[in-house]
Write a protein that binds this ligand. Sequence first.
Ligand SMILES: NC(=O)c1ccc[n+]([C@@H]2O[C@H](COP(=O)([O-])OP(=O)(O)OC[C@H]3O[C@@H](n4cnc5c(N)ncnc54)[C@H](OP(=O)(O)O)[C@@H]3O)[C@@H](O)[C@H]2O)c1
Length: 199
Amino acid sequence: MSYEEAAAVPVGGLNALRFLRKGNIQSGQKVLINGAGGSIGTIAVQLAKSFDAEVTAVDSTRKLDMLRSIGADQVIDYTQEDFTKNEQRYDLILDVAAYRSIFDYKRALSPKGIYVMVGGSMARIFQAMFLGPWISMTGSKKMGILAAKPNKDLAFLKELLEASKVVPVIDRRYTLSEVPEALRYFGEGHAKGKVVITV
Ligand SMILES: NC(=O)c1ccc[n+]([C@@H]2O[C@H](COP(=O)([O-])OP(=O)(O)OC[C@H]3O[C@@H](n4cnc5c(N)ncnc54)[C@H](OP(=O)(O)O)[C@@H]3O)[C@@H](O)[C@H]2O)c1
């Protein structure tokens, strides 16, 4: 790997792996990743495929071809379709972009499905913090923001990278003197995968 490719892996990759494991990902499951085209999502899609899951990736129109190219079985354009309103049910939803009510996500889960919130609006984060434990206690579905601790996952990711089961997606590369522009672009929140600085 180049230094740029290596730099694009750890933050998104470790978070993706920890949250998929917190969601108890299993082979053959239907997994949906909402916000799949960003830093965490692009690696989460590939990791979920390496766990032999059937992966649906949700993001905006211009990211869908890239998501197909990294292995997503189905893609949904969130600007055109609300995945919580179709008939499909998922065993695991990893949500990097939570902007809907927790009850919409609950409807999209299979009877024993798990919903893991990673990021989104503050209102939705608070809703998952307070209502998630109650929903999890009173039914068969599990929902919430699940804390994940650092461990030796980087070694696991290294093996997947060496086997080309995970390939980092780099949107743009900037030189050190272009850092202000890099931060501006990154701050807009629409990057396709990662933005890297070449030192
Ligand atoms: N819980 C934790 O411990 C933890 C750890 C790390 C990060 N986080 C959180 O994770 C989030 C950042 O993840 P990231 O670095 O992967 O973000 P990112 O690179 O900005 O990716 C977010 C993706 O979501 C898409 N998106 C935006 N609105 C959407 C919608 N309504 N439906 C579906 N997709 C949508 C964006 O696409 P477009 O905008 O281009 O359409 C983008 O591709 C932050 O909220 C951060 O706080 C949480």
